[in-house]
Each structure stands twice: as C-alpha cells, then as structure tokens.
Design a protein. Sequence first.
Length: 523
Amino acid sequence: MTLTTEIKLGAFVLATSIAFAFLILTFGEVPFFKPETKRYVVYFRDVGGLSKGAEVRVAGIRAGKVEEITLEDSRVKVVFNVEKKIRLFKDASASIGTLGLMGDKYLAVDPGSPEEGELKEESTLKTAEGVADTDRLIRELTRTAESFKLVAQNLNRILTENRENLRETIENMNSLTQTLRKIAQENRQNLKAVLSQMAQLTQSLSRTLPEAVSSIDRLADELEAIASENREDLRALVANLRSLSGELKGELPRLVKNLNDLSENLNGVVKENRRDLKVSMRNLAQLTERLKRSSDRLDNILAKIESGEGTIGKLVTDEELYRSVSKGAKLFGEAGEVITKTKIFVGFGGEAYTGGDSKGYMSLRIEPDRRTYYLAEVVGDSRGRVYTEQIVGGNEIVKKEFKPEFTLQIAKKFFFGRERYFAVRAGLKESTGGVGFDLSLAPKVKLYSDLWDTGRKDRPGESGLAPNLQVGVQLRIKGPLYTRFGGDDLLNDKLRGAFLGAGLEFSEEYLKYLLGGMGLPFP
C-alpha cells in the first residue's frame, strides 16, 4: 500500500501533538524568570498538613514557597523563602492559613513594622501561630454541644419548678395590657389633638417652602451673574483644557488608538463572519448531499456489471448517469480548487512568566484566503485554574485544576500595504471568551494583544479582578523559528508581570520539505 503525502503529513502532526501534550502534562514550572529569594526559619508545634512547596504569602501577596519541613525535638522547623525585594522586620510573625474550609494550606507571614528594624536573612521568626485541625474542631464542637445540652436540662428543671410563678407573671402581663388599652381609650381626645397639631405643622411647611424655593432661585440668578462677569476667564480655562487634551492625545500609543477604533466595528465584523460561516456550512451540506447521490448511482452501476446484467456500452451511454457523473466531477473540481488555495500552518512553543510560571501551546492555523484565517490551539498552563466545590453542609473546597485549555478563533485581516495588515480575532481564548488584535508592520515583526477571562473564575478568592490583558511583540528570527515577549495581566496591579517565549511555526510546504529531507519517500 502506497502512503500519500497527506497521510504522512497527518501522521507527523499527530505524533508531534501527542509528544507535546505529554510534555505539557508531565512537567511543571520552568523558572526562567524566577526572582532572587532569601531564606528564613520559623518553628511550629503543629503545621496541620502544611507541605513542602506550599505557597508563602506576605500580607496576602504570593511571595515565595516552603523549601523544607523537618521535626526537631518536639517542634516542627519550617524553612521558607521570599523574594529579595520584600522586607521582613524583627517583629514579623507567621501562621498557617487555609484556602477555604478544607483547602490547601499555605504559610501566611505578617511582615511587622519598619520601626523594629529589618530582619536579616537566615534568621528565625520569633512569633508563630499554629493552625486548628479538623479533629480538634470536632472535639470542641462536641464539648460545646454537651454544654448546651446541660443548659437545656437546667432550663427545663427551672421551668418545671417555677411553673406557677410563670403562670402568675403571664396573668399580670394580661392585666397590664388591659390597663394600657383603657388608658388609650380614655386619652383618645389627647391623641386627636396631637394629630391636629401635626396637620397644622404640615400646613405651615407648605407656606414656608415656596419662600425657600424662591430664595434658591435668587441664588441661582446671582450665580449666573457671577458666571457672566467671569466669562472670559472661563473661556481661557476651557481653552487651556482643550490644549492639554490635544497634547495628551498626541502622546498616547498607537495601539490604544487602534483598539478604540476597532472596538466600535467589532460587533459588525463578528456578525459578518457569522454570516459567512453559515453560508459555508450550507454549501458544504449541499455538496455532501450531491456526492452521496452520485456515489449511490456509481454503486448501482458496479453491481449491474458484476452480476452480468446489460452491457458496459449501455451503461456508458445512459444519459442520466452521464449527467450525474459530470455534476459530481465538477463539484470535486471546485472542492479541489478550494483545498489547493488553502494554507496550513502548524506550530508549537512555550512561554516563561515572572514568578516561575510557564505555558506551552500547540497551534493549527488555516488560511482559506488572504484575508481570513482560523486559529486553534491546545494550551498547557502551570498556573492551573482555581475553582470551588460545594459539599454536604454548605462547605466549600478550594481546588486547583491542571488540564489543557483550548483556543478557537476566527480572524479577519485588513491590509494597508503589500505585507502590512491589521487583524481582528474573536472566539475562545484558553477556554474563555476573548478578542485579539494583530498589527504586522514588517514581514518579521508583529505586535499583538489579547483580552480574555472577563469573569476571572480562576481566582474565586480575589474579588474585583479585571480581565486578563496581554500585549506582546513577535519577532521571526530565521525560517520557522520565532521569539515573543511582552507584558501579562496588565490591568491588575497584583498579577502584572512580563513573559518571554520562543516557538516554531511550519507551513505546509516546509513540512513536505522536512519530511523529504528525513528520507521519507513520496509517491
């Protein structure tokens, strides 16, 4: 059996995808940009499930990791590190925190006050607070329940012993209620007088309010006169503000301007692409139906030839069969022309982020024409996705989920030169809704930005987070090799950082040449 070029290309892409997915799911962080750290020591009587590699948060901000946990005599020694730029003081303290009621443990550090002086590296924190485990909490709740039971028994005994006194008290309260009702009936006239006085007060306010309104009108007239007298000063102030606004507009980056312009047209572009997709799907359905009818007719012809019915000449001269075969051949020719014009690009690469996180991806880009392309990516992110689970009793469990994420986007290009263009992308970005923009200024230089994850469900414990905005530059070095760098999560101060990555992107022709250079025969 002779293998075609398409089968070999598909086998190569499938093998590369499986190998790259295995690498993404097997390895963890790639600390290219891991900041410098300094070490400290703290002792606990009980760490309550804290493990090596757990997060260290200083004043609630992720700043390091736990390096070592050992038992020395009757205490637990915990060695941890924090970033060099974070200062700890001599009165710093540490405690063990929990993400949710039964979530992962982390080391919470209070940096202390600057007045006490800075704590040197390799020093020991003097203050440490332990953590209450679940068994101890259940024992305390059991003791509390027994105390409530004892209180209830004592209360029942008191009610039994003082039943007659309680009955007398209730009777006295009934008597007091009746007395109050009589007093209200006897002073009904006084209550009417009070209501009458309130009505008079309302009428007085009705008379005085118009005077207050007229005073406010006079004040407004005086303010208008003041504004008229100072009209020239106000005009000068407005002119200065306009001049300042013009200067600010001239200094804003070109990318912000492009984003503002394209945001108004994004809805129209998405609707236009949606209509094109519907038309394409309808055409494909019609093509499939026609191919099916032609295939059925060809099967009937072959069955008649094998059974010996009729002659080949009769089948060939059949007009209906001739028209069906001609129509099918025409449709096959149109489909082949579309496939010939379509360009396919396969790529994969990785990115390293400040803080020690990393991301790997594999992409497939299909360009049916010069102005449109479709992008599909499988992404592996070492930061994972945080989510909560509800259990019986209304409790929550905070967990992290590490699994591949998917990007599916459609893009439209707008050319303003032979190789220069601006592209708009929309669809799924790492399994959430998002939009993206590409600006190609030269064949080897491309500016890009992505905005996605508006709900920020990956961090339920941190409220008020803005969507993830990433802006970067991609430079093609040689052949399929490229590098990219830029800023990540720019809209959030606590999560803002930088990234650097590299990757390979192969065109269909380059893959054929690569497979031929490996000694694989082509038909």
